[in-house]
Structures are given as C-alpha cells and as structure tokens.
Design a binder for this molecule. Structure first.
Ligand SMILES: Nc1ncnc2c1ncn2[C@@H]1O[C@H](COP(=O)(O)OP(=O)(O)OP(=O)(O)O)[C@@H](O)[C@H]1O
Length: 308
C-alpha cells in the first residue's frame, strides 16, 4: 500500500509535484499515467526516498521508505533499467545485491528463472538488449519478494513480446496480493494492464479510480446511426434532446442519447435504421480529455487565443 498526503516537490520555480494525495492499494495494478514532464518519476522517486518532498508525506506499507529495516522485502523498485554496472553479469549483480541485503543465493536463482534470464545470466550486462536489461531490472525488483512494486515506465522501448511479458508478470504479482504501481505514458498499454488509474498533469492528480470509471466520467459516449432517412432522423433525435452530426458514409454521429433511446424513437416514427453502433470511448480519449489543459509539452503550439 502506498499513501501520499499533499506530496509536493519544487525545483526552483518549477513545481514538479503539486500537493498530490492518493492511495495505491494491494491486489491491484495501478497505472500512473501522465504526459511527459507531468511529475511521474519525481513522485516515484519521493516514494522510495530518492528525492525529498518539499512538503507533504508519503508512506509505503505504513512507513516512510527510509524507515523500513528490510527495504527490499517491502518495496521492489524499477526506476532506470540501464543503471546497472555494465561490466558485471546479471547473476553477479543480483548476487551482490542479495549479499548486502541478507538474501539467499537460492533466491537469485529463483528470480533469474522467474524473469527468463537463465541463458544470459552469466553474460556481461553491457551486451544486453533493452528487453534483457528490463528483465534484469524486474529480477532486481523482485529479489526481496517485496509486498509493493514501483515500476517506472517498465515497457519503455520494449518490443511487443517484451510488453506482453511485463503485462503478464505485473498482473500475476497483483493477483498474489501485492501492490503494483506502474507508470506509463502509453494509454493503450495501461488499458490492458491496469485495474486502477492515477492520472497526473502538471504535478496535480487530475483523476483516480477504476479504468472504466475514468473513461465513463471523462468522455461522452457516441452512437453511430445509418438510415435512408437521415435528415428526418437527425431532426427527430435533436427534438429528443440529442445532437446528431453527419459522419463518414452518410452516417450520423449521435451524442446525448443511448442506442436504446435512438432505436425506440426511430421505431415510433417509422424511420428505418440500417445501423446502430454504440462507440465506446477508449482510454486514449479519456486521457486526452483529462490532460488537455495540463499538457506541459505539446507537439504543436496551441492556437492563439484558444485558452481564453
Ligand atoms: N532534478 C530536477 N531538477 C529540476 N527540475 C526537475 C528535476 N527533475 C524533474 N524536474 C522537472 O519536474 C517536472 C516533472 O518531471 P518528471 O520527470 O517527474 O516527469 P515525468 O512525468 O516522469 O515525465 P517523463 O514521462 O518525461 O519521464 C518536469 O518539469 C521536469 O523538468
């Protein structure tokens, strides 16, 4: 369990994390989602004591990280998978870590197997691919059999097989009752991996809840309708309180009415329907709608006067 209360980090004039309060619960994968520069890494670094909060506090499994006597058994961390000494082999690296934390050599063998590193564990880490490095990062995070895992962008740069591997692994860890907190700016990936989401924009928590709850709360559902009497149907739906705008292939895109209401209204007026398709908003849509005003970096400048 991770509990943050009014957690704040300032770097000079930049407020990287702004009074963030949240709880990350055990038994679930909680996705930490936000655009570049939103404050995800800074938040994670504060959770594990690598950055000092300017104000506020955060605990992991009931205590500040630094107060845990066996930190590796409490929290597994993957912050920068490439931070490993490149001259050593994966097994040497894990053994050194285990030795300094009173962890058995048997556990090293276990995590090497869990992460599928058996065939390369004797090789120098310097020659590892990104995917192998990421597996080693996960092996190190799992070494102390921790109750809580904090993984910063674990799928960054991985190929589809690597992404799937991380997804399966974190879902299994959560199913075992652990707390899994995983950051990403990949919305589609989070939609498939996380149960809960914490969305951050410009250092502020702008949404927290179950994935579907957030999608429902932040997006308007639409229904695509096709009818040979589209003009009449559009008038009817507008009179019923919806909005109907022309879309591709002569369809109407309807907002404000559900598919049942549209179908019933059309039937009452004898208007035939050739298509009635509810369109579920994606996590991507929810994310864009949530972070619209919070994006620190945009690919193009906002149009003049757009924010006024
Ligand atoms: N050591 C630092 N000194 C000064 N500013 C910093 C420092 N670390 C982070 N920042 C600033 O704090 C803000 C949040 O950065 P952070 O790295 O936490 O975001 P992020 O959401 O992890 O982004 P990304 O997805 O790009 O990694 C940014 O404006 C960043 O420039």
């Amino acid at each position: 369990m991770i509990e943050a209360h009014e957690l704040t980090k300032r770097y000079g004039h930049t407020t990287a994390v702004d009074a963030a309060s949240f709880t990350v619960r055990p038994g679930t994968v909680t996705g930490f989602l936000g655009p570049n520069g939103a404050g995800k890494s800074t938040t994670m670094r504060m959770i594990v004591g690598l950055d000092r909060p300017s104000s506020g506090e955060v605990t992991v499994n009931g205590r500040p990280y630094a107060e845990h006597r066996r930190p590796l058994a409490e929290v597994g961390i993957l912050l920068d998978a490439r931070a490993v000494h490149t001259g050593r082999s994966a097994r040497q690296h894990l053994r050194a870590m285990a030795a300094t934390h009173g962890i058995s050599a048997r556990r090293v063998t276990e995590v090497v197997e869990m992460t599928g590193l058996q065939s390369v564990a004797g090789r120098r880490v310097g020659g590892y691919s990104l995917g192998m490095g990421q597996r080693l990062g996960m092996a190190a995070a799992l070494l102390g059999d921790p109750r809580t895992l904090i993984l910063d962008e674990p799928v960054n740069g991985l190929d589809p097989e690597g992404v799937k591997w991380v997804r399966t692994m974190v879902r299994r860890l959560a199913a075992e009752g652990r707390t899994v907190f995983i950051s990403s700016h990949l919305m589609s990936e989070m939609a498939q991996t996380a149960d809960h989401l914490l969305v951050i924009g410009r250092g502020r928590i702008i949404a927290a809840g179950a994935v579907q709850e957030i999608i429902d709360a932040t997006t308007t559902a639409t229904v695509l309708v096709r009818s040979p009497r589209a003009g009449e149907l559009a008038e009817l739906l507008t009179a019923s309180g919806g909005t109907a705008t022309p879309a591709a292939d002569g369809r109407l895109e309807v907002r404000g009415l559900g598919s049942e209401q549209i179908g019933d209204a059309a039937a009452r007026s004898g208007i035939p329907l050739h298509e009635l398709t509810p369109v579920r908003a994606s996590l991507e849509d929810a994310f864009l709608s949530l972070t619209h005003d919070e994006v620190v970096y945009r690919s193009e400048p906002a149009p003049e006067g757009a924010s006024r």
